[in-house]
Design a protein around this ligand. Structure first.
Ligand code: ADP
Ligand code: MG
Length: 250
């Protein structure tokens, strides 16, 4: 059933997340261990102060990651006010090293805070899925641009936020466009699950939003463009409708 699939995908994501957190935390801890070792034998106090400063920075990073993880697992039962810029930054904090290892150039365009109501853990999952797809599509030395913009209430969709993720990959494969949001549809063979976009669309719709993926025409980003619209207020009606849909027959 759909619910069982979602539970499975959540487990798979939790596993991948645990591995990436271990990876993210290991490196700064390793640096701290080395710095402490150096400080122990350092006679020059200016030098040891410098090492301590570095150790402090690395420790801050570990603490920031653990704070992010704590907020991820404290999911509220009703939509809460959240800042999408902060949410994007916290997603990127966890993906940072991975993107750096791939030498991906990331351009952030989030000039201001954008407050909406929603479920932060779920939205973080959507953003992670989309950014990981962009990284996989653009490969080593690729480019990703992420834009966050608030949408004024006078727009036809009403007030909300738009998040756009563009990449320098090859774009959507021919004939794939119609199937991208289908569960298990992947063009990545064994490396893909084909669940990322399907799960993401479900979450965005639960928030009363829309999600589209198309080819980008921006000169530096000839790959895909994912555009997500999220309303400022998650309407109770759309949440109820989605619940009814989930409970109903396939
Ligand atoms: P997976 O990443 O495991 O393949 P997804 O549901 O995340 O599953 O994506 C489904 C398919 O959508 C991918 O296999 C790919 O063909 C296509 N796709 C998603 N994002 C992009 C992108 N940024 N560029 C090109 N194709 C994409
Ligand atoms: Mg994916």
């Amino acid at each position: 059933t759909e619910a069982a699939l979602l539970a499975n995908e959540k487990l798979a994501i939790a596993g991948r997340l645990a591995a990436s957190i271990a990876h993210e935390i290991h490196n700064p801890l390793d640096s701290i261990a080395n710095l402490l070792y150096l400080i122990k034998d350092e006679k020059n106090s200016a030098k040891s102060a410098e090492y301590l400063g570095f150790a402090q920075q690395e420790l801050d990073r570990v603490m920031q990651i653990s704070r992010t993880m704590l907020s991820l697992y404290r999911e509220p039962s009703s939509p809460a006010e959240l800042d999408l810029r902060e949410l994007l930054e916290s997603v990127l904090l966890l993906l940072d090293r991975r993107l750096a290892e791939q030498h991906i150039v990331l351009v952030r365009d989030f000039p201001e805070r954008v407050i909406i109501q929603g479920f932060p853990g779920e939205l973080r999952q959507v953003l992670t899925n989309v950014i990981v797809n962009a990284a996989e599509a653009s490969g080593a030395h690729g480019r990703i641009a992420i834009r966050l913009e608030s949408v004024p209430p006078e727009e036809f969709r009403g007030a909300g936020a738009v998040i756009e993720v563009r990449d320098s990959g090859a774009g959507i494969e021919e004939g794939a466009a119609a199937s991208l949001f289908q569960p298990f549809f992947t063009t990545k063979g064994e490396r893909g699950t084909g669940l990322g976009l399907w799960v993401s669309l479900g979450i965005v719709q639960k928030h009363g939003g829309t999600m589209r993926i198309m080819n980008s025409t921006a000169p530096d980003y000839p790959g895909a463009l994912v555009r997500i619209f999220l309303p400022t207020r998650t309407m109770a009606t759309s949440m109820r409708r989605n619940k009814a849909l989930k409970a109903g027959p396939e």
